[in-house]
Design a protein around this ligand. Sequence first.
Ligand code: 5GP
Ligand code: ZN
Length: 112
Amino acid sequence: MCIFCKIANKEIPAKIVLEDDQVIAFHDLNPQAPTHVLIIPKRHIAGIGQAEPGDEAVLGRLLLAARRVAEQAGIAESGFRIVVNHGANAGQTVFHIHVHVLGGRPMAWPPG
Ligand code: 5GP
Ligand code: ZN
């Protein structure tokens, strides 16, 4: 079972900030901004490239959860970034789809 499936199953600990029947959000272990939260579907999907038409609803849930996370963290007004890394060039390291929510500081564009 992958590491994020284990977090979703509460087999390994994480600082959970939000959870519903389909998604769970927790603080990134190695934060890159004052707020850095990951949101995952509880059901394993390896990446955006492996998502199927039946995953539409849960993918939408991830984005709406990102907004809720930002509101809870108090960064909805100041702004935040939502990132989904896919594959080697994007630096994906965990192959269970996840949305990064980053905020609490200004961010550069384009990303590095
Ligand atoms: P990726 O580069 O795949 O988009 O991002 C994976 C993220 O997961 C990284 O930011 C990394 O710090 C985070 N991460 C990896 N393992 C764990 C873990 O066991 N717990 C938590 N909370 N975050 C993790
Ligand atoms: Zn998984």
